[in-house]
Every structure is written in structure tokens, then in C-alpha cells.
Design a binder for this molecule. Structure first.
Ligand code: SF4
Ligand code: SF4
Length: 395
């Protein structure tokens, strides 16, 4: 099966590696040539958390920045963020003929409505992932798998042909050692995943805390539970049977253990990248769908509005100013935790951090402070560091 992964960030790349290992002919679509070059040689390597499937690669991948030479594919796996779905589909139409399927495993609800503008409904598949991934500049992907099943896939049209293709697609992942299944009950799985995002993703960005830190605060949990209840009421009104007790006891704790150490994606979008978030596909989807079925969603609506205000005003928000002379912030980098991913280097707005030229004992070119007095204490470096290797201390 020839599959193009459109949006090969950390998660898309991880799926691409599994698909290739499982026997598919995979092409990864990325924006930057230097990223494509690393994917091609030495390739992508997976280093899963202990107990989550060991190591794969480096596996040399087929990666491109221009889709025009790829030709027609059997399937497009769409992994861009929701706000980019329309543009991504416009760019990917050179890969599509009347038989090409489009599979979205993106976050949230609403992407299939956009994809319908490009291909017929009987070719559209959607689902959700129980996985996490982060990729460094050397093409090393660290990640985790959680839950009994890692990839759920379903189709907009529930027919024999769709089931056959969905099962074939999932069997590639299963051959690579990741559990994937095609199911007619896909809406239930997608809603459970959506509700998890509803509970923590946007609010962590608003309060600037990691998922684990936020969930230790009782006020945060009260807010999360109220948003979850609204989302469940919408799902149930739409005929999707979601159970509050099951969600709180089975899904919430697993997610807290596996991803609580990081800032969720929307928090990173708001705090660091300052780009359009997936709010319209998560809390905004609850707001929109709630209005359709007559279920009030005041808290999700409020959270969505706050996020929209932030998105509309990135350039006017408070940012600490650099002072002349010595910075009043001390940057502590724990060398033994650092894996040299370079996120802190990339996202520091004041170029405070660079790399050590010599590799450490583990073979990483670790981060070091190169411009101490420029630090304004914005905390972007701590927010993006996947290893919690940086601490900023006000002196
Ligand atoms: S706190 Fe901000 S300015 Fe200081 S090193 Fe980190 S990212 Fe750079
Ligand atoms: S300190 Fe963290 S973000 Fe910076 S290079 Fe090391 S692991 Fe990456």
C-alpha cells in the first residue's frame, strides 16, 4: 500500500516509521528541507518509553518537501493540525485519484467536514490515537503507547469495502507491533479522546501549567469535570454513548500518567509558537455541536472564547522586557537529562541557549547558556523541553 503522510511532525513521523516497518511504501511530507534530509539519511529512529515497544531504526525514509513528483497514492494519512487541514488537502490533491482514501488521525472533531470538500465520503476514514511522540533534530522520536489499543480507525460510510480497507490499513500497524483496529463504533473512541483534550488541553495553556501540575489543583479539576460533563451531554444527545464514570476512572488516570509531564499541544501553541490552536476542533467543537443539538455548553464556550482572544492578540500580549546589564534570571540546565533535541535553542526568543560543541557521555550535543544576560524569564525553554532539563530561577 502506498501511503503519503501529510504533516510528518513527531506523531506523523512515528506513524510513518510503523507503517514502513509493517510493509507499506511510505512517503513523508514535511515543510523544511533540512528535516527531510535527516529523515532520508540517517533516517528516523524510535525510542519508545520502557515497556512500550523498544527501539526501531534508524530507518531511512522517503521524505519530500514537494509532493508534485510523488504520484498517485493508495492512501493519504493526514496529520497536520486542524487549522491547516484545508491547505494541506489543497496541496495533496496531486496524489489523489478516484480510488485514493484519506485517513485523518488528527486531534478533535471537525476535520472530516473539511476533507469532504475534496474527496467523496466513501473514501474518508477517521480515528484517534493513544500515543505520544516528540522528535529531536537528529530524527530520534521518543514516545509512549497507552491503553489496550493504540490506533482506532473507522469510516464515514460503513460498508464492506470500507471495512476491508480499514482492516488492511490497521494490519500494517499490527505487523509493526502496534495495536490498531478498525471499528464501526469509531465515534465513541473519538469522543473519549476528544473529551480528554476538552478536559486539559486548552486550559493548561490558559493557566500555563503542565497537565500533571494542573491536575494536582482541585480548582482545575472542578473546571475540567464541568467541561467533561458538558461534552458528554453533547455526545449523548448526538447518540454517542459516553459514560462519565468510565471516563473519569479508566481514561483520565492513564492519560495523566503518560502525558502529565508535558505542556499539552494547545498550551505550546499559545505560549511558545503563538499560532492558531486546535480550539475549534476541541472545546469549540463541543460548543458548535452543542448548539446543533440544543445542549448548553457555557464553560466550553467561555474557554473557547478566551483562547480565541489570545490567538487574536499574540502581538499585543505582555512579554517581559530585557533590562540593561545582568539578567535577573538564572538558567539551570541539567546536562545528564538533556538529549540535545534543540527545542530550547529554537524557541528561546532572545538566543540565550546554544549547543555544547563536544558530545556528552551519552553522545548528545547538549544545550548550554551562551547569552546569559539576555534572558527575560519568559519560560519558553522550560515549556518546550521534553526532558524537564531546564529550570529558570528568579535571582
Ligand atoms: S526563559 Fe525565555 S529568554 Fe530565558 S533562556 Fe528560557 S526561553 Fe530564553
Ligand atoms: S535542555 Fe531540553 S529542550 Fe534543550 S536541548 Fe536539552 S532536552 Fe532539548
Amino acid at each position: 500500500m502506498k501511503i503519503a503522510v501529510i504533516g510528518a511532525g513527531a506523531m506523523g513521523s512515528m506513524l510513518g516509521v510503523y507503517l514502513k516497518k509493517g510493509g507499506a511504501d511510505v512517503v513523508l511530507s514535511v515543510r523544511r528541507k533540512e528535516v527531510a534530509d535527516v529523515m532520508i539519511s540517517p533516517g528516523l529512529a524510535l525510542k519508545m518509553y520502557e515497556g512500550d515497544g523498544g527501539e526501531i531504526g534508524p530507518l531511512p525514509m522517503n521524505a519530500v518537501t514537494d509532493l508534485s513528483g510523488v504520484g498517485i497514492v493508495d492512501a493519504i494519512l493526514l496529520m497536520v493540525k486542524g487549522p491547516n487541514t484545508k491547505t494541506a488537502m489543497e496541496g495533496a490533491m496531486c496524489l489523489v485519484d478516484k480510488n485514493t482514501k484519506v485517513i485523518t488521525l488528527q486531534n478533535g472533531i471537525g476535520n472530516t467536514d473539511i476533507i469532504k470538500e475534496f474527496v467523496s465520503e466513501d473514501k474518508i476514514y477517521y480515528g484517534c490515537l493513544n500515543m505520544s511522540a516528540a522528535m529531536d533534530k537528529n530524527g530520534v522520536i521518543t514516545g509512549g503507547l497507552f491503553g489496550d489499543n493504540n490506533i482506532f480507525v473507522g469510516s464515514l460510510v460503513k460498508g464492506k469495502e470500507q471495512k476491508k480497507f480499514g482492516e488492511e490499513f490497521c494490519s500494517i500497524f499490527n505487523a509493526a507491533g502496534v495495536s490498531a483496529c478498525y471499528t464501526d463504533e469509531i465515534d465513541k473512541e473519538v469522543w473519549y479522546k476528544l473529551i480528554l483534550n476538552v478536559a486539559v488541553n486548552a486550559t493548561c495553556g490558559l493557566i500555563r501549567l503542565r497537565g500533571g501540575e494542573a491536575s494536582e489543583d482541585q480548582q482545575f479539576m472542578l473546571l475540567a469535570v464541568d467541561m467533561v460533563k458538558e461534552a458528554i451531554a453533547v455526545a449523548n444527545a448526538m447518540g454517542v454513548d459516553i459514560d462519565f464514570g468510565y471516563f473519569m476512572t479508566q481514561i483520565m488516570p492513564v492519560a495523566k500518567n503518560t502525558s502529565g509531564k508535558h505542556y499539552p499541544s494547545m498550551a505550546q501553541d499559545m505560549m511558545i509558537s503563538k499560532v492558531k490552536t486546535e480550539i475549534e476542533f476541541i472545546n469549540g467543537a463541543v460548543e458548535r455541536l452543542g448548539a446543533n443539538v440544543g445542549v448548553p455548553t457555557p464553560i466550553n464556550t467561555t474557554v473557547s472564547r478566551l483562547v480565541r482572544v489570545i490567538e487574536n492578540n499574540y502581538d499585543r500580549q505582555y512579554m517581559p522586557k530585557a533590562t540593561s546589564g545582568a539578567s535577573s534570571f538564572r538558567i539551570e540546565i541539567t546536562d545528564k537529562f538533556c538529549k540535545g533535541c534543540g527545542f530550547c535553542v529554537k524557541y528561546c526568543p532572545k538566543n540565550v541557549i546554544g549547543f555544547n560543541e563536544e558530545l556528552n557521555k551519552k553522545g548528545y550535543s547538549t544545550a548550554k547558556v551562551v547569552n546569559k544576560n539576555a534572558c527575560i524569564g519568559c519560560l519558553s525553554c522550560t515549556a518546550v523541553c521534553p526532558e524537564a532539563a531546564i529550570n529558570i530561577v528568579k535571582e
